[in-house]
Every structure is written in structure tokens, then in C-alpha cells.
Write a protein that binds this ligand. Structure first.
Ligand SMILES: Cc1cc2nc3c(=O)[nH]c(=O)nc-3n(C[C@H](O)[C@H](O)[C@H](O)COP(=O)(O)OP(=O)(O)OC[C@H]3O[C@@H](n4cnc5c(N)ncnc54)[C@H](O)[C@@H]3O)c2cc1C
Length: 259
């Protein structure tokens, strides 16, 4: 059985605001010598300081990996961006501090060879969407629907000319899931084989998933869909709900079959 690699101790190299509601923390140091190369878009587990020496674990995407560093972009949330443990850490951490980091886990790229692409997500998925659009073939066409908290949170993403970006403003992430769902539904459904990718808040994800799976009939080889967080729940409780949702989805057709 493969044993998970032990979390490694990284140095915080810098922390900077990249848009009003997105903060980038760059980590590196000696741990990079044993960190596998080419993990852009993969995820890491940040072991944040918690009570009673028990770390609080939060999952984040590797926005960019260089030879000696990883960039991690934190969507700031909560009243005045106060957020949970991950966001408070990102807002207050200073260069020279350290953090234990587990992973990496695999990236979820856009499958090659589709006639067109539909990528959808909120600010927590913006790092993954950015990596995925950068990796597309220059002739790729499609649409990316991205929810941000304010107009000023738009980023200059590298993407093929044929990919259209649609920014959806929602100052209250996790609320008004129907607005994002409607924005995805408003995208013109192009001809040919689509590959769709969606990562967002749980309730929003369920709506978009129902549209793509049930109404558009996309199967698993044409669709990646995931919830990255759940309004009102911390990451641990969200994980439990996510597992139950996955089981329900797997068991659904089986339990509906004639006995
Ligand atoms: C594979 C994967 C990759 C991810 N990559 C990123 C990434 O690159 N950047 C990123 O910012 N997030 C990313 N996330 C989401 C991130 O892990 C969660 O948002 C996490 O819950 C934030 O931790 P916290 O300690 O700040 O808040 P928690 O303690 O987990 O939650 C505290 C409260 O804040 C709410 N909350 C949590 N996140 C948000 C949010 N984004 N907006 C509004 N309310 C929120 C919760 O519902 C809860 O009520 C990723 C998640 C997964 C599963």
C-alpha cells in the first residue's frame, strides 16, 4: 500500500494582494528539492496552526509552480474578508514564517480533443481555471464563466483567443446560487463534443451539475464537477457532506433499478 508522503515544512517567501479579494502567498525553501515538478493546478493540504497543537487542514490549488516556489491564491471571504483559519493565516502571515504542507494531489485539467470547452467556477476555482485555460491548445474554443466578488477582482488570464471569458459579480459568495447557474445556462450551447469543468460552492455546484448532467446529458468522460466549499460549513464538515453526496449520486441509479 502506498503511504502518503509526510507533510513538508515550507518557508513563506512573500504575501501580496493581487486583487481586492484575492491574496497570493508564495512558499518555498528546502522543501522544494523533494517536491515533484509540474504540479500547477494540483492541490496541497495546508496544515494551519490550530488549538491544542492539532493543525487545521485546508485545501488549496497550486496556482503556479517554479523551480523554487509555489504560488497559492486565497479568495478572501467573511465579513471584511475575515474568513476562516486559512484566510486569517493568508492575511497575517509574513515572510520568514513556516507552514507544513501535505500533497500534492492531482490537477483536474480540461481533457484534450474536445470541440469546445465550458469552464465554470467561483474565486476558489479561479486558480485552477487559470491553470487549465493556460494549458489549452491555442486553437481551443469555448467559454469560461467565473464568479468574482467585485469588478476589480477580474484577472488577466492567459487563454486561447477562442475562449470567451464571462465574469459574474457576486459580492456575497455562497449566496444567490441561482445567479451563477443562470449565467452558465445563458452560455450558447455550441455544436460538437463539449468538455465541461465546474468547481464552486456546494449548492451552486448541485444546480450546475443538474444542468450539465441531466439536462445536457454529459457523462463522466465529458464532465468534471466538484464542490470546493459549502456555505456555512468549515472544510471538515464540507468533506463529510461531499462524500455523502458522491455516494448518493453513485447509488442513485442502482437503488432505482428493478429488484
Ligand atoms: C481541491 C480544492 C482546491 C481549492 N483551491 C482553492 C484555492 O486555490 N483558493 C481558494 O481560495 N480556495 C480554494 N479551495 C476552497 C477552500 O479550501 C475553502 O474555501 C476553505 O473552506 C477556506 O478555508 P477557511 O479556513 O478560510 O474557511 P473555513 O473554516 O473552511 O470556513 C469558515 C466559514 O467560511 C465559509 N467559507 C469558506 N470558504 C468560503 C469562500 N470561498 N467564500 C465564502 N465563504 C466561505 C464557510 O462556509 C464557513 O462558514 C479549494 C478547495 C478544494 C477542495
Amino acid at each position: 500500500m502506498n503511504k502518503r508522503p509526510e507533510p513538508k515544512l515550507f518557508d513563506v517567501l512573500s504575501a501580496e494582494q493581487i486583487t481586492p479579494n484575492m491574496r497570493r502567498v508564495t512558499i518555498g525553501g528546502p522543501a522544494m528539492t523533494t517536491f515533484p515538478a509540474g504540479q500547477d493546478g494540483g492541490y496541497v493540504k495546508l496544515m494551519l496552526p490550530g488549538a491544542d497543537e492539532k493543525p487545521v487542514v485546508r485545501t488549496y490549488t497550486i496556482r503556479r509552480q517554479s523551480a523554487d516556489a509555489l504560488d497559492i491564491d486565497f479568495a478572501l471571504h467573511g465579513d471584511h474578508g475575515s474568513g476562516g483559519p486559512a484566510v486569517s493565516w493568508a492575511k497575517t502571515v509574513t515572510p520568514g514564517e513556516t507552514i507544513r504542507v501535505g500533497g500534492p494531489g492531482p490537477a483536474k485539467p480540461l481533457a484534450p480533443g474536445a470541440d469546445w470547452y465550458l469552464a465554470a467556477g467561483d474565486m476558489t476555482a479561479l486558480p485552477a481555471i487559470a491553470v487549465n485555460l493556460e494549458a489549452l491548445h491555442e486553437d481551443a474554443v469555448g467559454d469560461a464563466v467565473i464568479e468574482i466578488q467585485s469588478e476589480a477582482d477580474r484577472q488577466n488570464l492567459l487563454h486561447p483567443e477562442g475562449i470567451r471569458l464571462h465574469w459574474v459579480i457576486n459580492p456575497e459568495p455562497g449566496h444567490h446560487p441561482q445567479a451563477f447557474d443562470e449565467a452558465v445556462r445563458a452560455i450558447e450551447w455550441r455544436k460538437g463534443r463539449v468538455y465541461a469543468w465546474c468547481a464552486t460552492e456546494f449548492e451552486t455546484m448541485r444546480r450546475v451539475r443538474a444542468y450539465l448532467r441531466e439536462e445536457r446529458g454529459l457523462g463522466p468522460n465529458q464532465l468534471y464537477v466538484s464542490s470546493y466549499w459549502k456555505q456555512g460549513l468549515g472544510e471538515d464538515q464540507h468533506k463529510v457532506l461531499k462524500r455523502a453526496d458522491a455516494e448518493e449520486k453513485t447509488l442513485g441509479p442502482v437503488s432505482a433499478a428493478p429488484i
